[in-house]
Design a protein around this ligand. Sequence first.
Ligand SMILES: [Zn+2]
Length: 385
Amino acid sequence: MTSVFDDLVGQEHIIDILKGAVTASRTGAESQEMTHAWVFTGPPGSGRSSAAVAFAQALICPNNGCGYCNDCKSAKTHGHPDVEIIRTEGLSIKVEEIRELLTRVAWSPSMGGWRVVVMEDADRLTESAANALLKAIEEPGTRTVWLLCAPTLQDVLPTIRSRCRHLQLRTPSIEAVKNVLINREKISPAMADFAARVSQGHIGRARYIATNESARSHRELIMQLPLQLTSLAAAWEAAQTLVEIATEEANQISESRDEKEIERLQEANGKGATGRGMATGAAKAVKELEKEQKSRATRMVRDFIDGALLDIATFYRDVMLAQCGISESLINADMREQIESNVANSPPHLTINKINAIMAARENLARNAAPLVTCEALMCQLARK
Ligand SMILES: [Zn+2]
């Protein structure tokens, strides 16, 4: 029999725990196996939110998460009355949003089982939002199950994480990602191999690369950047190019989505309706949405730059391997020649410095440093010989 847990790639170590919890949850009581607050952690792309959503489906499905029934399907697409999936598009989750959520989930589940809240970015809770949530998690006897997702346990407030059961996801192997692309997405073996390798076990990114030609050509441009750093002027130009590519890619995704959202909102508010109050209310809502969209676009540009920096880091990682005399298992096997010419260009300790500089730039970006300035500073460091 198929199960929603089949989709979790490389996470066998937690599937048994989740299945056990689902079985225990049928009694309706809290037990050692089934508790009402969980934290899923794992590196980006390991599928922590997919794991949480699968668990939510299994909890409300009469067949323990078959993946096919109405409950399973609607839970995944935000259409189930007892399942809330909180996906943040902004940089943080504010206390108002949590308060609103708490009113929505205050009543008992409509189907009699559990009400499940999946919070995909629990690391983005502001402190006051986290404190509001903490009160709800502490409340005994409710029928609500909280599934929080975050990159690491340290990203969750200690008071919250101490009340949650923790599940740590692993980065799936390149082989496992490749097989999913071939078997489930019907992608050719050669493309699946390339996409799995360059995305380093990040299944969402692998799928995106394998199915999106413009993403592939952007990636190609980005991987050329380390080769172009022949002078300081070139370094500044490379930074500019990187930010431009990230902006373009973010815009491509945003534009059509933004328009649809505005349209939907206007329809919901009765487009063309007369009456002063209504029109003002609708205009205000549109303005709010536009503000949200802008903050989402900013975040997407940052996310793309972050992904690009990780890609560039794989180049230096390959250079370092080659400098140690290991020429198999290159991530960028297609760039072997350029990698080898870089081996001679600079000593190994400089390569390590460059990788560290990339990671430091990523951290700065995560702390809201200005993208262009951060990239300029980084490219100048990468240009050093
Ligand atoms: Zn089902």
